[in-house]
Design a protein around this ligand. Structure first.
Ligand SMILES: NC(=O)C1=CN([C@@H]2O[C@H](COP(=O)(O)OP(=O)(O)OC[C@H]3O[C@@H](n4cnc5c(N)ncnc54)[C@H](O)[C@@H]3O)[C@@H](O)[C@H]2O)C=CC1
Ligand SMILES: O=C(O)[C@H](O)CS(=O)(=O)O
Length: 484
C-alpha cells in the first residue's frame, strides 16, 4: 500500500518499545474486495503477559514525571497524528472500508481526544479538607489507577483507541491495547507515532491477535492489570466484567446501542431528515450510536418516509477509496448476512420494503441502504442492534407512546428527538433512559462531552472533564500531629 510516510506501515506487535513479528501471522483483508492487505503478527496470552510486565515496570517513571511533561508528549502525539492524517485515513479505509472522507474525519476526531487529554493532564487537582480536630488536616490526591488493559472494536479503529489511551497516559498509566483483528494497521500506525512523540518503551504496548478470548483472559485475570477498558458488543462486555471480578479490577464499558430517533409532527423536517440520515448511515450504519429505530408521529409520517427515500436514492455505494462514494462495504460477508437476515425476517413478519433490502451486485461485502416501514416492536430489526444501513420506521400517535417505545430496550447509549416545542424537548429528554440525548441534532459526539451509556450499554464516561476520573484513584491522607 502506498503511504507518504512509510514508517506508518507497521505489521508487527509492539511490546516494551520493540516490534515483534511473532511465530505466526494473520491476514488483514480489505472489505472493498476481500483482498489481503497485510500479514500481521498473531500473538497470544504469553506475549500479553510479557507486555503487562513491561507496562508495570515502565509505569513508575512515567507517573512520577511532572504532569506537564506527559502533557507535552501527548501534544506532540496530537501533532504527529494530524501531520499524518492522510496516510492514517487511507490505512483506515483500506482495512475498515469507510469512505475516505469519513476516515479523515475520524483521524481528526481521534486526535482531538489526544489534544483534550494533553490539556487535562495538567489539571488533576486535589482537596484540603478542614477536619474537626485542630491538629490534623484531610488531604485528597488522585493517583493513576495502574496498568490499563484496553480492548477496542473495528468500527472506529483510531478514535476508540485515542479516547482510551490518551486519558490513560495523561493520568500516568501504562497501557496494553488489543485492537480488533480486522483493523490492526490503524492501531500500529498510532503506536509508531506515539513512540515518535516520546512515549517511553513499555508505556504503550499493542497486542495484535486473532485469539481475542485468550488475550482477554490474560488481561482480565492478571493481577498487575488494575483497569480494563472495553468498547464493543454487550455480550463481550458482560463476559469481561465477569472475568474482571476475580481480581476486582476497575472497568469502563462502552457497549452496544439501540438508539431511537423520535420525530414529532412539529419537527423541522429538514433538520430531522438530515439528522436521521447522518445518524443512520454513517460508517454504513456500523456505529453504536446509529439511529437503530425510527419513530415518526402520524401527522408527519408520509412526508418523512417520502423525503427519506428520496435522500437515500442519492447515496453512492462503493469502494471507500473512490471519491464521491457515500457508503462503503460492511466489515465482512458475515455482517452482511446478519443484516440481510433481519430485513428478510421483518418482511416475513409483515414489514414493507421501501428501498434496498436485496443483496448487492457489488459483492458479498456490500449492502444497499434500506428502508422498512410497517415495522413492529416484536421484530428483531427493532429489538436488536442492526449494525448496518437499514432504517426501520414505526408510526406512533402520542408523546407518551413514543417515550414508552423508545425506552423499551435493555440498551441505553444514545437517543434522539426532533421537535420545536421546547416543553416537549425537555420532557422527553428527561424521560429517555439513555446516557446521551440529541435534541434536534444527531452529531452529538466530541472530545468535550461525556460519552457513555446506562443500563446494558455500559458504564464510565469517555472524554469531557469527567473522562480522566476513569483512570485515577482517589486517595485520602490524614495529615496529623500538626500541633506537636
Ligand atoms: N459504546 C460504544 O462506544 C461502542 C460500542 N460498540 C459496539 O461494538 C459492537 C461491534 O464491534 P465488534 O468489534 O464487532 O464487537 P466485539 O465485541 O465482537 O469486539 C470488540 C473487541 O472485543 C474483542 N473481543 C471479542 N471477544 C472477546 C473476548 N472473549 N475476550 C476479549 N476480547 C474479545 C474483539 O477482538 C474486539 O477487539 C457493536 O455491538 C457496537 O455497538 C462499538 C463501538 C463503540
Ligand atoms: O463506535 C461508535 O459508535 C462511536 O463511539 C461513535 S462516535 O463516538 O464516533 O460518535
Amino acid at each position: 500500500m502506498q503511504l507518504q510516510n512509510s514508517a506508518l506501515w507497521r505489521t508487527q506487535a509492539l511490546i516494551n518499545g520493540e516490534w515483534l513479528a511473532g511465530s505466526r501471522q494473520f491476514a488483514v483483508l480489505n472489505p472493498a474486495d476481500g483482498s489481503v492487505l497485510a500479514q500481521v503478527a498473531d500473538l497470544g496470552a504469553d506475549d500479553t503477559r510479557r507486555a503487562i510486565e513491561a507496562a508495570a515496570a515502565a509505569m513508575p517513571a512515567w507517573q512520577q514525571l511532572p504532569a506537564v511533561q506527559r502533557s507535552n508528549v501527548l501534544w506532540r502525539w496530537y501533532e504527529l497524528l494530524l501531520d499524518n492524517q492522510e496516510d492514517l485515513a487511507r490505512l483506515m479505509t483500506a482495512e475498515q472500508g469507510k469512505p475516505l472522507a469519513e476516515s479523515r474525519g475520524e483521524i481528526a476526531y481521534g486526535a482531538s481526544y489526544v489534544r483534550w487529554f494533553a490539556e487535562e493532564a495538567r489539571r488533576v487537582y486535589g482537596d484540603i479538607i478542614p477536619l474537626p480536630q485542630a491538629d490534623r488536616r484531610g488531604l485528597v490526591i488522585h493517583q493513576p489507577v495502574g496498568v490499563v488493559a484496553a480492548i477496542t472494536p473495528w468500527n472506529f479503529p483510531n478514535a476508540m483507541i485515542a479516547r482510551k489511551v490518551a486519558p490513560a497516559l495523561a493520568a500516568g498509566c501504562a497501557v496494553v491495547l488489543k485492537p480488533a483483528a480486522e483493523t490492526p494497521l490503524s492501531a500500529l500506525a498510532m503506536a509508531e507515532l506515539a513512540l515518535q512523540a516520546g512515549v517511553p518503551a513499555g508505556i504503550f504496548n499493542v497486542i495484535t491477535a486473532t485469539d481475542a478470548p485468550a488475550v482477554g483472559a490474560e488481561m482480565t485475570s492478571n493481577p498487575q492489570v488494575r483497569k480494563v477498558t472495553f468498547t464493543g458488543s454487550t455480550p463481550v462486555g458482560k463476559l469481561l466484567l465477569q472475568q474482571c471480578a476475580t481480581t476486582v479490577k476497575r472497568t469502563s464499558m462502552e457497549l452496544g446501542g439501540n438508539a431511537p430517533v423520535i420525530i414529532f409532527d412539529d419537527a423541522d423536517l429538514d433538520l430531522a431528515i438530515n439528522g436521521t440520515l447522518a445518524a443512520k448511515f454513517r460508517n454504513a450504519g456500523q456505529t453504536c450510536i446509529c439511529s437503530n429505530r425510527l419513530l415518526v408521529q402520524a401527522g408527519i409520517y408520509p412526508e418523512f418516509v417520502r423525503r427519506l427515500q428520496e435522500a437515500v436514492a442519492a447515496f453512492r455505494v462503493g469502494n471507500g477509496m473512490d471519491e464521491g462514494v457515500t457508503q462503503g462495504p460492511l466489515i465482512s460477508p458475515q455482517a452482511v448476512a446478519k443484516v440481510h437476515a433481519k430485513v428478510q425476517a421483518a418482511q416475513a413478519g409483515g414489514a414493507q420494503l421501501v428501498c434496498g433490502g436485496e443483496l448487492s451486485p457489488l459483492g458479498e461485502y456490500f449492502y444497499p441502504p434500506t428502508i422498512l416501514t410497517g415495522v413492529t416492536p416484536a421484530m428483531a430489526v427493532w429489538q436488536e442492534e442492526i449494525f448496518g444501513p437499514v432504517a426501520p420506521v414505526l408510526k406512533f400517535t402520542t408523546e407518551a407512546e413514543a417515550i414508552a417505545l423508545a425506552n423499551d430496550t435493555n440498551a441505553g447509549l444514545a437517543a434522539y428527538l426532533f421537535s420545536r416545542d421546547m416543553g416537549r424537548c425537555w420532557r422527553v429528554s428527561e424521560a429517555l433512559q439513555y446516557g446521551m440525548v440529541g435534541v434536534n441534532e444527531t452529531a452529538i459526539s466530541s472530545e468535550q462531552i461525556p460519552f457513555g451509556g446506562v443500563k446494558e450499554s455500559g458504564s464510565g464516561r469517555e472524554g469531557s472533564k469527567y473522562g480522566l476520573q476513569d483512570y485515577l484513584e482517589t486517595k485520602y491522607i490524614c495529615m496529623g500531629g500538626l500541633q506537636r
